[in-house]
Write a protein that binds this ligand. Structure first.
Ligand code: NDP
Length: 438
């Protein structure tokens, strides 16, 4: 901990993985050789840089940019960029560490990385966002490449930001290197179904967990936190699978619609108007089961549901929230966000026998589809939505099955946390052993 002082989220993520590894090294002592585990916990490279830009009043603003190139044993570093005021080196390191195992679980040839900035896009004009993205890429471009490091979006980084960054990369390098960023627009090398992939993927994964206990989404009430990219497409797929999503949120609070969230309205507010969840209540009219609760007055997890799908941010679902959900009869939790449940919440879910899908497995559909985008770019091809979604569904099924089977093999049946950590670890450890001490 002294070596990574103050990086609370990074410690949390590493501890969770290390707790699962006792069973592995008991069976495979070779993984203790050559400081393999210590090397896996140390990023290969960390880049921290100044991002100066001019706001609309011609004032110079300074943000801090990050790229943590965590592990390239499986392929080029791959992982999103996050623009949010809470971003610091510990957050990016936890995300990069998780990403390494997640990417390994997809079975596709991608290493792990993550990046971003403490820039807050909220309330900024289009021109300010563009100037920020251009300045950010002016430094970052020299560290990227189709065979080196391939970023994507994350919180605060969607198709608009990827477009500005791709434009700047192309201009600086004089190369139309489509495979250097994923989450691109459909007119310049983006993949159909990428936008939907994380939310859809978590829903496929959670459905597989339900099927393993002879259940389904049909007729279930579901709470999805957040109302960004992951949340919106989780809601879409859950509805398609017959579930009823009754609540979602943003940082201002949560909304409930007991008749089921009107997804067309939510998309219009969030994707077109860049509005807030309070606009939903304003436009739909309060009453008849529709209401808003401010974040200061309660947590979205107070809403009784059968299935919880946290899809906003890290540590948003605490031990207290887990107790409420368990009391209300929750049967499954699928993590759409990265590390949204605190260690205490996860412990309580496992003790109560709630099926728990950890983010590094359940939300891997986004990065898996990013790898499919790279595949399309490399072969100068373009797949249909149906073909891409079918591949995504197959990948999520494989991830579920491999976590499930690994948990059985290591004597913890139904424990997807151990299953994901062990299966992901082994896939990264094997090439690292083969490469020797590097
Ligand atoms: P978006 O920026 O599209 O949406 C984020 C949502 O979460 C918004 O509703 C936002 O509310 C809310 N949120 C963010 N930070 C906080 C906070 N500190 N407190 C309360 N609410 C918050 O991001 P994504 O949907 O892309 O990402 C959501 C999560 O999913 C993240 O953990 C991300 O790492 C993870 N993820 C994303 C993938 C992807 O493909 N996009 C892939 C795998 C994981 P507000 O607008 O008020 O800030």
């Amino acid at each position: 901990t002294r070596r990574n002082a103050g990086e609370a989220e990074f410690h949390q993520a590493v501890r969770e993985v290390l707790e699962s590894l006792g069973r592995v090294v008991a069976k495979h002592p070779e993984y203790l050789e050559n400081a393999l585990i210590e090397r896996i916990c140390e990023p290969e490279r960390q880049i921290i840089f100044r991002v100066p830009w001019l706001d609309d009043r011609n004032n110079v603003q300074i943000n801090r940019g990050f790229r943590v190139q965590f592990n390239s044993a499986m392929g080029p570093y791959k992982g999103g960029l996050r623009f949010h005021p809470s971003v610091n080196v510990g957050i990016i390191k936890f995300l990069g560490f998780e990403q390494t195992f997640k990417n390994a679980l997809t079975g596709l040839p991608i290493g792990g990385g993550k990046g971003g900035s403490d820039f807050d896009p909220k309330g900024r004009s289009e021109a300010e966002v563009m100037r920020f993205c251009q300045s950010f890429m002016t430094e970052l471009h020299r560290h990227l490449g189709e065979y080196t490091d391939v970023p994507a979006g994350d919180i605060g980084v969607g198709a608009r930001e990827i477009g500005y960054m791709f434009g700047q990369y192309k201009r600086l390098t004089n190369r139309y290197e489509a495979g250097v960023l994923t989450g691109k627009g459909l007119f310049y090398g983006g993949s159909l179904a990428r936008k939907e992939a994380t939310g859809y993927g978590n829903t496929y994964f959670t459905r597989a967990m339900l099927e393993a206990i002879g259940d389904s989404f049909d007729g279930k009430s579901v709470v999805v936190s957040g109302s960004g990219n992951v949340a919106i497409y989780t809601i879409e797929k859950v509805q398609e699978f017959g579930g009823k999503v009754i609540a979602c949120s943003d940082s201002s609070g949560y909304i409930v619609d007991e008749n089921g969230i009107d997804l067309a309205l939510l998309k219009e507010i969030k994707e077109l108007r860049r509005g807030r969840v309070t606009d939903y209540v304003r436009l739909k009219g309060e009453g008849d089961g529709v209401y808003f609760v401010a974040s200061s007055d309660g947590a979205i997890w107070d809403v009784a549901c059968d299935i919880a799908m946290p899809s906003a941010t890290q540590n948003e679902l605490t031990g207290k929230d887990a107790k409420t959900l368990i009391k209300n009869g929750v049967i499954a939790v699928g993590e759409g966000a990265n590390m949204p449940c605190t260690p205490e919440a996860i412990r309580l879910f496992r003790e109560a026998g709630v099926r728990f899908g950890p983010g590094k497995a359940a939300n891997a559909g986004g990065v898996a589809t990013s790898a499919l985008e790279m595949q399309q770019n490399a072969s100068r091809d373009r797949w249909s939505f149906e073909k891409t979604e079918a591949r995504l569904a197959e990948i999520m099924r494989d991830i579920h099955d491999s976590c499930f089977a690994t948990a059985e093999e290591y004597g913890v049946p139904g424990d997807y946390v151990s299953g994901a950590n062990i299966a992901g670890f082994i896939r990264v450890a094997e090439p690292m052993l083969a490469f020797g001490v590097i």
